[in-house]
Design a protein around this ligand. Structure first.
Ligand code: SF4
Ligand code: SF4
Length: 239
């Protein structure tokens, strides 16, 4: 995001709407955008806070355009990768029959408003997780940036980019969940951002969930909230 110095009155209204604190008062007393911190989420622009229209989105080129694709819900991807944070899988894999019994779909949701996340930190996690030989989710924007899904390595030219949030998705066998938790606990202390762990699986035939037992065996505490997929992801004509 850019601020047109000729139009900006320095009122400071837009500061309150920046999701990562990238709009700052410069040493010269003007208001500016710290370009390396800006995740191109567009929130300042959409807020309508600037009554003199001094905020302006620049034409973003690769790899900076990734910031907007991961952070701004109004920006779409192209042939170099999808937009958004996740694949549709977490919500639709059960009804599209891509989810298997005795398999967990794991999501690691990295970054948050106020913090954001560098793709270098995302790669740190994908590389560590790759040791478990997970199946990284096709259609996920992080997977699309991998040059090697067996090592979790991302493209070198994207690592310095900062985004609001990025979600790593992969499938895992339930007996690997404990090892994943053991890996993530110390890793969480090394990262300069936060992440949350999401788990999804098929319900048992009787409607109960196997997840609480799997999570307990792995030493993972579950929050008593979640999402129940009611099947709206089914394709036309599917039962
Ligand atoms: S685009 Fe987002 S991150 Fe960048 S200055 Fe505006 S609100 Fe802040
Ligand atoms: S709201 Fe507009 S005029 Fe006020 S500081 Fe931000 S860019 Fe400048």
């Amino acid at each position: 995001m850019l601020i047109d110095e000729k139009l900006c009155t320095g009122c400071g209204e837009c500061l309150h709407y920046c999701s990562v604190g990238a709009i700052i008062a410069t040493p010269s007393g003007r208001i500016g955008v710290a370009q390396d911190e800006c995740v191109e989420c567009g929130a300042c622009l959409r807020s309508g806070a600037c009554v003199v229209n001094a905020l302006a989105r620049e034409q973003l080129s690769w790899p900076r355009v990734l910031r907007a694709r991961f952070s701004d819900p109004e920006v779409r991807g192209d042939d170099r990768g999808p937009s958004g944070r996740v694949s549709p899988g977490m919500k639709t894999d059960d009804v599209t029959h891509q989810m298997k019994r005795d398999e967990i779909l794991v999501s690691l949701d990295m970054g948050r408003p106020n913090l954001g996340v560098r793709l270098r930190s995302v790669e740190k996690v994908t590389r560590a997780v790759a040791a478990f030989r997970p199946v990284f989710k096709i259609g996920n924007p992080v997977t699309a940036l991998m040059v090697d899904v067996s090592t979790g390595r991302l493209r070198d030219d994207v690592l310095d980019e900062k985004v609001l949030t990025a979600t790593i998705e992969f499938t895992l066998k339930p007996d690997a969940l404990g090892k994943l938790a053991d890996l993530l606990r110390p890793l969480s202390q090394e990262l300069d951002t936060v992440f949350s762990l999401g788990l999804a699986c098929l319900a048992n035939e009787d409607g109960s969930s196997p997840l609480p037992a799997w999570a307990a065996a792995a030493g993972i505490g579950l929050n008593p909230n979640g999402k129940l997929n009611v099947g709206l992801g089914r394709g036309k004509g599917e039962a």
